[in-house]
Design a protein around this ligand. Structure first.
Ligand code: GLC
Length: 443
């Protein structure tokens, strides 16, 4: 066990992000924002959203589609102004289903199959007839926008591979699918990123909200640029911060990256997002096993990539039983490690904690970077609106973020509120659509 303890101490040293490191990361994040905004080389794409913060009075009955993970969500909702919103229908549809033998996220699926599927699902909940529903569409991948409803997919992230969508106008693809499927009474009004949706939802009722983020399957943030160079008006900017590159990788991160769909990209996301945290933990455990530090039995599944999910990590961290029953079950069922001693289970729990805490501290450092850029002296209140499974469900994650904000900002952190923007990515699409309608004088 002594050797395992030593290995853990080494891991702790490698994975801990100190306040000093966070401050340096925040400074380089702010510099990357400035460069990206000025069109200079930067790992931050700084994508303009062509939308600002809602005025609060936006109202109406709106359809929202939220596409960004393994499910697509379709909502029909009524906005009543000033944060009031009534969800009339909300349905989830999986984009892949082994039993039904489909996977619209695979390279074998085409864009039109994917968008026809989404259109069919919209058809299932929207009444047909004369009434025209504006559609807000959350599409949570890096898009070059030319207007609020014109968004071109730059490249897939989060290991999605559907063919023929990169470089295409994803709004047009959905609108065309709606028409192919005979849904003439739903009209695209806005395409937004999920971070934008999260921010819009919070800003609908909170005037201090100016940063939005997703800590879920993927990781990304956006913020309100007070004077955007393109319009000289306030505009939300999608940072695509998952691609932030000035984070130093351990050898485990480098291994994960090398085996990923797009090596060299999304460096921060591969260290911070739910899609990858389980895989990082698996890689570290298999390294410990290869060094003979764990009691390995028939450990075949230990070598299977992505066999550990972030839900498994949640179960590991939530376990406070004396014998660490959930850790033991997860290790046995997922990794084939059936005869671990309780000390080894404790080590697995501890290294999971290290990987999850590092994610929260890296993310907090980037938010501090945004604050360094928009309000370096912290002269006013800021709300950071967050949605996503890690923030909502991973034990200790939200608390870790709050602690990390204090560590990086010091007493100034008192000006910063973190706020769960529940279902923000979907509701935000509706707010975006209603904002566009209001601006067009139709609402
Ligand atoms: C990935 C996408 C980004 C999205 C994030 C959260 O990082 O590139 O657009 O906001 O995931 O879903």
């Amino acid at each position: 066990m002594e050797q395992l303890d030593r290995a853990l101490a080494k891991l702790e040293a490698e994975l801990t992000v100190s306040p000093q490191v966070m401050k340096a990361l925040a400074a380089s994040f702010a510099a990357a924002m400035t460069a990206g905004l000025a069109g200079k080389a930067s790992s931050l794409k700084m994508l303009p959203a062509f939308i600002g913060i809602p005025a609060g009075y936006e109202q109406g009955e709106v359809v929202a589609v939220d596409f960004g993970g393994t499910n697509v969500r379709v909502l029909l909702l009524t906005l009543a102004g000033w944060g009031r919103c009534n969800i009339l229908v909300k349905r989830f549809f999986p984009l892949k289903d082994k039993q039904k033998q489909y996977d619209y996220t695979a390279a074998t699926a085409s864009g039109s199959q994917l968008f026809d599927y989404i259109a069919e699902k919209i058809a299932e909940i929207i009444p047909r007839g004369e009434h025209i529903y504006p559609l807000g569409y959350t599409f949570s991948y890096p898009c070059r926008q030319y207007a609020v409803a014109e968004a071109e997919l730059i490249s897939w992230t989060k290991e999605i591979k559907t063919a023929g969508v990169e470089g295409q106008n994803v709004g047009q693809l959905l609108q065309a699918a709606l028409e192919r499927n005979g849904i003439g009474n739903v009209r695209l009004a806005a395409v937004i990123n999920d971070t934008t949706g999260t921010l819009l939802t919070a800003a609908y009722c909170d005037a201090a909200a100016d940063i939005g983020a997703i800590c879920g399957t993927g990781h990304n943030s956006c913020y309100l640029e007070p004077v955007h160079p393109l319009t000289k008006q306030p505009m939300i900017v999608n940072l695509e911060s998952g691609n932030f590159a000035a984070v130093s990788q351990t050898r485990y991160d480098a291994w994960l990256d090398k085996a990923s769909e797009k090596p060299g990209t999304q460096r921060l996301e591969k260290m911070a997002a739910g899609q990858y945290l389980g895989e990082l933990v698996r890689i570290i455990i298999s390294d410990l096993a290869a060094d003979g530090l764990l009691t390995v039995s028939a450990a075949d599944s230990l070598q299977v990539p992505y066999v550990l999910s972030s839900e498994d990590l949640s179960a590991i961290l939530a376990d406070s039983t004396a014998g660490l029953r959930s850790v033991a079950d997860t290790a046995a069922v997922r990794l084939g490690l059936c005869s671990l001693k309780v000390e080894e289970l404790a080590a697995l729990q501890q290294l999971t904690r290290l990987v999850v805490d590092r994610s929260a501290r890296l993310v907090a450092a980037t938010w501090a970077g945004v604050l360094y850029k928009i309000d370096p002296e912290l002269t006013r209140q800021h709300t950071i609106a967050v949605d996503g499974s890690l923030y909502e469900k991973m034990p200790g994650y939200a608390a870790g973020l709050a602690q990390a904000m204090e560590d990086v900002l010091g007493p100034g952190a008192g000006k910063i509120a973190l706020r769960l923007s529940k279902d923000g990515s979907g509701i935000g699409a509706a707010i975006a659509a209603a904002t566009v309608q209001a601006a067009d004088g139709k609402a």
